[in-house]
Design a protein around this ligand. Sequence first.
Ligand SMILES: C[S@@+](CC[C@H](N)C(=O)[O-])C[C@H]1O[C@@H](n2cnc3c(N)ncnc32)[C@H](O)[C@@H]1O
Length: 208
Amino acid sequence: MGPTENVIETDPPTPAVVAHRAELDARREAVRAELAAFVPAGAQLVWEVGCGHGHFLTAYAAAHRDAQCVGVDTELDRIRRAVRKQERARLSNLYFVRTEARLFLEALPTDATLAAVFVLFPDPWPKRRHHKHRLLQENFLREIAARAAPGTPFYFRTDHEPYFRAVEAVLREHADWRLAPGDPWPFEQPTVFQARAAAHFSLVARRR
Ligand SMILES: C[S@@+](CC[C@H](N)C(=O)[O-])C[C@H]1O[C@@H](n2cnc3c(N)ncnc32)[C@H](O)[C@@H]1O
């Protein structure tokens, strides 16, 4: 179970809920320790959520040596491939961490902020009854905003037009973000999912 999954809360909590909380606490602490080892004090991170095999962020970090880049993904084999790319390219400004995105935010050192956020081809969960599993929703965007200074860019790209329109609508009404339709896409490097897609949609938003 991840932090985004539903656990029925009861009072007192069931043994399953207690075990789930303990597991999350342990995972959060493990990520916190991992991040403490490489996130410098006061870091301003370029964060890619759901980085997959790391194609995009490896190229981005190579082209932006002054940027501290962190990619996260829940899938171990994808993170392993991404780490191999980082090692081959000998990029000291790039890290990949296997973690769930919200857990990452919770584990991030308190003085670290997000300089830019990329979410590229997140799982679209096309069936209506599965929309609740979509990562990009009002509350997750609020959690990102809590670690971002005014003006921080948020970059979203997908090949699934209904998901694109839904995220666009959430951002249009969001208290923490404004759509920035005139802002350019900052860096092109096709991801695995982009290479498979016939077309895609991109948007830029900025922290209010
Ligand atoms: C459709 S793939 C896209 C991968 C890559 N961005 C690309 O464009 O090729 C979505 C990725 O997001 C990851 N993912 C899904 N939910 C996540 C979450 N809550 N936290 C971190 N990664 C997540 C999945 O494991 C998967 O690798």
